[in-house]
Design a protein around this ligand. Structure first.
Ligand SMILES: Nc1ncnc2c1ncn2[C@@H]1O[C@H](COP(=O)(O)OP(=O)(O)OP(=O)(O)O)[C@@H](O)[C@H]1O
Length: 575
């Protein structure tokens, strides 16, 4: 199964521990079988009042086997868990490294509530693959074959009975359980995903649901989803229980078979009676070693499914990232070049950007304006390499973005996105996010520039900045960007929630700081754009006008009309 390739590769890297754990498991299994067989033999021997030394030897052997069994079981657990956790840590880091560049795409393709729960759960599920699926059958078969060989020296038919039991417990019972479990487990997964999505929706949309009177209805749906999941889980547990019962049935059937066959062979004179208890004990113990096989199908299903979903999430062909090898020079203003760029969100019927071309020389200040939904924010996401264009080329300093390491782009860019995230902590924690050292004086200076002069660095910030107004969040996000020393400013409606006066004050400081840098500002308000080197008007993913403020006003095209509408709205008359 190709999805399990990642697990197999991880297992190959831990082969030393794996071999040791298999060896430990085999020795523990065989020691167990011999221990109980020797006990059976010891009990039978006592009937014949053997010499004392025979009893001493047998008792010591039993004790020694007990010790060997315990030590090798410990070794097996130690090495198998060490291998598992090393594999898991490798998988976690490699999966995380693959996921990070794809995060925006992955998150937008799937419902995030389900996705988050799934990713964490799926990686955890993989640990069961080695521990409970891959290596137990190897040990079970090895122990069975060895026991069968030993039994064959007493009776060929008894060895055949054990072979039958091995086929039953290693193949037939797990196969039957797997068939039933596959179907039930699919339902459990579906219900779990549904519940997880419902919970996320209710948590995030709690306020709106309450205001619009939909909370009771959503709670009811949540309860139904939870009950449905519990019912499916119960069915799955029932199926596993059936598997364990079938295993016990086969165990006892074969052990009774061994007893009956032994009795027949004794009466026939082909087997000495003193061996019967030993053979029965061997049969019971060898099946005990195989008890893990009854639950194997559940773990097999879970880990295979987890591996499949993780592979889908990070390695679908369209999302395969190109290996970037170049870095962006962070010392100088950056030039931007877009030629014939198109981009379409997955599942969308129309492209967000169509054959979009634009050249911005280093140090240029460019405003991008246009109606809502025209593709402006998408442009910034492509420049930050958060998404990959479907066609065309984006270049920064003449280097294709595909060839650039994301980290070097992010280091150079001072970014304010439409929605900024704030973390629980203090204002200081939320300002200093790049790990660089900033003195309190610098931080307070920046806060004053973004018109937050009374804010203290130790003021608390709640999760997602719940205790901040939208305007405060925007100013804090601007302060965060202004603390960086990047030479490329990518600002997506950074002041849309501010009043005109505050906006102008903040932007004055920002433009002062960015005087030598390249600046791309997305905005809806058209005031204050006179100072821009270029204004680009975008509509339906295309550039429809481009030029300086005066050029566009002279053209009397789209921008001019937008400006007239704005002037009328704020009470100043247009032409
Ligand atoms: N994550 C997404 N998944 C699917 N479609 C999206 C996604 N984000 C944006 N779109 C679509 O892409 C188009 C361009 O969106 P974009 O956010 O770039 O526009 P915009 O010009 O920045 O809008 P606004 O001014 O309202 O912020 C829109 O039609 C939008 O519906």
């Amino acid at each position: 199964m190709s999805e399990l390739a990642i697990l197999s590769q991880a297992m190959i890297r831990e082969r030393k521990d794996i071999i040791l754990s298999i060896l430990g498991g085999f020795v523990a299994g065989i020691a167990g079988v011999v221990l109980f067989s020797a006990s059976g033999y010891l009990i039978s021997q006592t009937v014949f009042a053997p010499p004392l030394y025979t009893l001493i030897v047998l008792t010591s052997l039993v004790k020694l086997l007990g010790l060997i069994r315990a030590v090798s079981r410990y070794g097996e657990r130690l090495y198998s868990h060490r291998a598992t956790f090393s594999m898991l840590s490798r998988l976690r880091t490699s999966f995380f490294a693959k996921l990070i560049p794809l995060t925006p795409g992955v998150l937008s393709n799937r419902r995030s509530g389900d996705l988050l729960a799934r990713i964490v759960g799926d990686v955890e599920s993989l640990q069961h693959y080695f521990l409970r699926v891959a290596y137990p059958p190897i040990i079970v078969v090895m122990v069975f074959l060895t026991t069968m060989l030993a039994t064959a020296s007493f009776s060929f038919w008894m060895a055949c009975l054990l072979l039958l039991g091995m086929l039953g417990t290693v193949l037939v019972v797990p196969g039957i359980v797997l068939l039933g479990y596959r179907n039930i487990n699919g339902h459990v997964r579906k219900q779990r995903a549904l519940l997880s999505t419902e919970v996320t929706e209710v948590l995030y949309g709690f306020r709106e649901l309450k205001v619009y009177g939909q909370l009771a209805k959503r709670e009811q749906q949540l309860r139904q989803a939870s009950a449905a999941l519990a019912a499916e889980q119960q069915r799955a547990a029932g199926q596993l229980l059936r598997g364990q019962s079938m295993h016990a049935f086969v165990t006892y059937l074969i052990s009774w078979g061994v007893l009956a066959l032994g009795a027949y062979l004794i009466s026939d004179g082909t087997l000495a009676g003193v061996y019967l208890a030993m053979l029965v004990m061997a049969s019971l113990t060898v099946f005990d070693e195989a008890s893990a096989m009854a639950t194997l199908p559940a773990y097999k299903q879970d880990s295979e499914h987890a591996a499949k979903r993780l592979t889908e999430a990070v390695l679908t062909p369209t999302m395969q990232p190109v290996k970037p090898s170049r870095t962006l020079n962070t010392d100088h203003a950056v030039s931007i070049e877009l030629s014939g760029v198109s981009f379409q969100y997955e599942g969308e019927w129309r492209p967000a950007l169509k054959n979009f071309s634009l050249q911005i020389p280093p140090g240029f200040k460019t405003a991008i304006v246009g109606p809502s939904g025209s593709g402006k924010s998408t442009l910034i996401e492509l420049l930050l390499k958060l998404r990959t264009p479907t066609a065309g080329d984006l270049r920064l300093n003449g280097i294709s973005v595909q060839e650039l390491e994301e980290s070097s782009i992010w280091k150079t860019a001072n970014v304010v996105l439409q929605q900024s995230h704030f973390f629980r902590g203090t204002i200081r924690d939320n300002l200093v996010m790049d790990g660089e050292d900033h003195s309190d004086g610098d931080l307070l200076d920046i806060l004053a520039k973004v018109q937050l002069p009374t804010t203290s660095l130790t003021d608390p910030v709640y999760e997602k900045g719940e205790n901040l107004s939208d305007g405060e969040k925007q100013r804090l996000a601007l302060a965060r960007a202004m603390l960086r020393n990047g030479k490329l400013w990518l600002l997506d409606e950074p002041t849309s929630s501010l009043d005109y006066v505050t906006e102008q004050r903040v932007l004055t400081h920002l433009y002062e700081q960015a005087s030598e840098d390249t600046l791309l500002l997305i905005c809806h308000r058209l005031n204050g754009l006179e100072g821009m080197d270029r204004i680009v008007v975008v509509e339906q993913g295309r550039v429809i006008e481009s030029g300086s403020y005066s050029e566009l006003m002279e053209q009397k095209g789209y921008f001019y009309k937008m400006k007239q509408v704005e002037l009328q709205l704020i009470g100043e008359t247009g032409d």
